[in-house]
Design a binder for this molecule. Structure first.
Ligand SMILES: [Zn+2]
Length: 419
């Protein structure tokens, strides 16, 4: 079958020019949500999309929707896109690749003289990273009805500036909402942010979904005492208890083929060199594709924590503070990505996404799938983040043909979102 192709030079130019907004010394970008750099990048995107014939819509969360009209505007549209904010000293590809590839798809359709049956919408979701304003994926979360807009307006950054004021300041607080629902299909094209594709020498990653997640907060209570006179066998040392627990949490994750376990935050107190710690607060992040295996790992970790508390004379309080079920993508859209990759002679790999994305929210009400391309060295959220230009173009070709297929689906074609 004859497949359309994107223009790799133009895609590279878009990516290079947009990377100037917030460019860092070492080749990365710092483009925090609702900063001047974010505003400037948004202005550039708007100019490019409008030049390519799209209409711009901005909702009350500052989400930007670039609409390329189809023949039948009453049909549910096809959505693609990602985010243009970055981590501090982040990379040039995370998020922005998915928007700019959507722009390139629009240009390639224009070049080929193709008007789709359905509207094509390329979106820039506000504040995916959650670095300046926590939590992240706020734009897509509010759009999905899962986060409260007023509450998000009230988020503050380190300087005490609020999300709502900053959104207004950069001129991207829309006065009304834009709601193109129902959506026919949603594709998010993103860098992998891990090492799997590169290691297996594959160009296209086809995640079947996003892993499930469990968060824990753990409080260990020991007895604070003087580091000198207290005999070793009479200590209830909360840091000792913690270190035994942390070692086992790592080992349990290592032994599981599916699940990853991370102790990311540790707060000992009093955190003084000559005091035996009386208390430790730490967090655990547990993720896996298999819910049963993930729950088994959670149980094993809870037991290990209890046992080590007892063995060290400490007491412990374990709380599961967040649990998110895995998010399987739409099987037909996942196999469409596979088929198109095959027709384009691009080696593809079934995988799961270990990271969260805006599509986690969109997937809850619209048939969704994602397209990954390799991250060189598996590095991301860092200035060294890199994807080869040819891989960027390969993923854009897959995206373009997914859009071409679903954008031309007849009125009676639907992808149900039953799980
Ligand atoms: Zn991202």
């Amino acid at each position: 079958m004859n497949r359309l192709r994107t223009n790799p030079e133009r895609l590279r130019r878009f990516l290079t020019e947009i990377a100037a907004f917030g460019a860092t010394q070492n080749g990365g970008v710092t483009r925090l949500a609702l900063s001047d750099e974010d505003r400037d990048a948004r202005n550039q995107l708007k100019a490019w999309f409008e030049e390519a014939g799209c209409e711009t819509q901005i909702d009350r969360m500052g989400n930007m929707f670039f609409v390329r009209p189809g023949k039948n505007r009453t049909l549910p549209p096809v959505l693609t896109g990602s985010h243009c904010d970055s981590q501090p000293q982040g990379g040039r590809f995370d998020g922005i690749l998915g928007i700019v590839a959507g722009l390139e798809a629009v240009c390639a359709l224009n070049d080929a003289g193709v008007t789709l049956e359905r509207d094509l919408i390329v979106v820039n979701w506000t504040n995916e990273e959650g670095s300046r304003f926590t939590p992240g994926t706020t734009g897509s979360g509010v759009f999905a009805g899962k986060l409260d807009r007023q509450a998000m307006y009230g988020l503050t950054d380190r300087d005490g500036l609020t999300f709502g004021e900053e959104l207004e300041r950069i001129g991207y607080k829309g006065e009304t909402d834009f709601d193109p629902r129902p959506l026919h299909a949603n594709f998010e094209y993103h860098i992998e942010q891990g090492p799997v594709l590169e290691r297996q020498d594959k160009t296209i990653g086809v995640p079947k979904g996003i892993v499930c997640l469990r968060w824990y907060d753990v409080e260990i209570q020991g007895v604070p005492n003087h580091a000198g006179p207290t005999p070793m066998n009479e200590r209830q040392d909360a840091i000792y208890a913690f270190s035994r627990m942390a070692g086992q949490i790592f080992d349990i994750g290592l032994a599981s083929k599916d699940v990853v376990t991370t102790v990311g935050e540790v707060h000992p107190s009093p955190n003084s060199r000559n005091v035996i710690a009386g208390h430790v607060h730490f967090t655990i992040d547990i993720r896996g594709w298999d819910e049963t295996e993930t729950d088994r790992v959670c149980k094993a970790i809870e037991e290990a924590i209890q046992n080590n508390a007892e063995a060290t004379g400490c007491t412990v309080d374990i709380r599961q503070t967040w649990a998110v079920e895995r998010a399987p993508f739409h099987p037909e859209l996942v196999s469409l990505i596979h088929d198109i990759a095959g027709e384009l002679d691009l080696p593809a790999l079934d995988m799961v996404s270990g990271a969260s994305h805006d599509t986690v929210y969109i997937n809850q009400f619209a048939p969704s799938a994602m397209i990954f391309v390799p991250s060189i060295g598996g590095r991301s959220h860092a200035e060294v983040e890199e994807t080869s230009w040819s891989d960027c173009a390969a993923g854009a070709d897959v995206l373009l043909n997914c859009i071409l297929k679903t954008g031309n689906d007849a009125a009676d074609v639907t992808y149900s979102i039953s799980k």
